[in-house]
Design a protein around this ligand. Sequence first.
Ligand code: ADP
Ligand code: ADP
Length: 227
Amino acid sequence: MISLQHVSKRYGSSLAVDDLSLEIERGEFCCLIGPSGCGKSTTLRVINRLVEPSSGTILVHGHDVRLARPEVLRRSMGYVIQSVGLFPHMTVQENIGVVPRLLNWDKARIRRRAWELLELLALPPDEYAGKYPWQLSGGEAQRVGVARALAANPDILLMDEPFGALDPVTREHLQTELARLQQELRKTIVFVTHDIEEAVRLASRMALMREGRLVQHDTPEELLAHP
Ligand code: ADP
Ligand code: ADP
């Protein structure tokens, strides 16, 4: 489903990702885990081409992402980051509609989709669709971030410490919701975290990184049994 083959990324003289190869199967919940600065975000971002690798190949559904058009990448991969990055001048519904608008969906379809996603994420649409980001709590904003990433029904969700900025209670709540969503929707998820407990709770496979390299790739059970 996602195949990274000998991927490296160099920034000046420093090697952020060092000859990393990783296979992620359909429906897998893969947590990229490791200390800050070990190259997790960079690895995530080469998948949707927010970062251009210095060398190596990335295949998604067997296709080289270098050859994919930007709209195709955006449609097939939702992206969620820690700071959420909702557009402040847009309502919740408009934020959810960012990628669908790019894909020229008509207004009625975008509205229906936003309504459906807000319901899925336990934000009553009547109440939330017209709100602006500053009117949302951190947890609500992050839910909208997830809704936006799901808007065009991508197969793949790329999540970069999505709950890192939340208080522990909200964080646990959203972890539970994400696990439920994953059961229902069967997305392929690549999830960056430096929190081992979070990874163990969510992951079907864990990819452990250190200094740009993949040092272990296993189920949480195996990884904990043979660290
Ligand atoms: P992690 O997500 O594990 O914290 P990153 O992938 O963000 O790690 O970063 C890996 C390394 O690459 C770090 O040393 C970081 O400083 C460096 N790096 C990341 N992005 C850039 C950039 N845009 N320019 C220069 N160096 C970068
Ligand atoms: P930001 O700097 O706030 O991330 P962008 O314009 O890069 O601003 O992205 C806005 C939002 O659009 C992101 O938070 C993400 O949800 C979505 N997005 C950006 N790039 C991609 C991509 N390559 N694939 C899928 N979604 C993307």
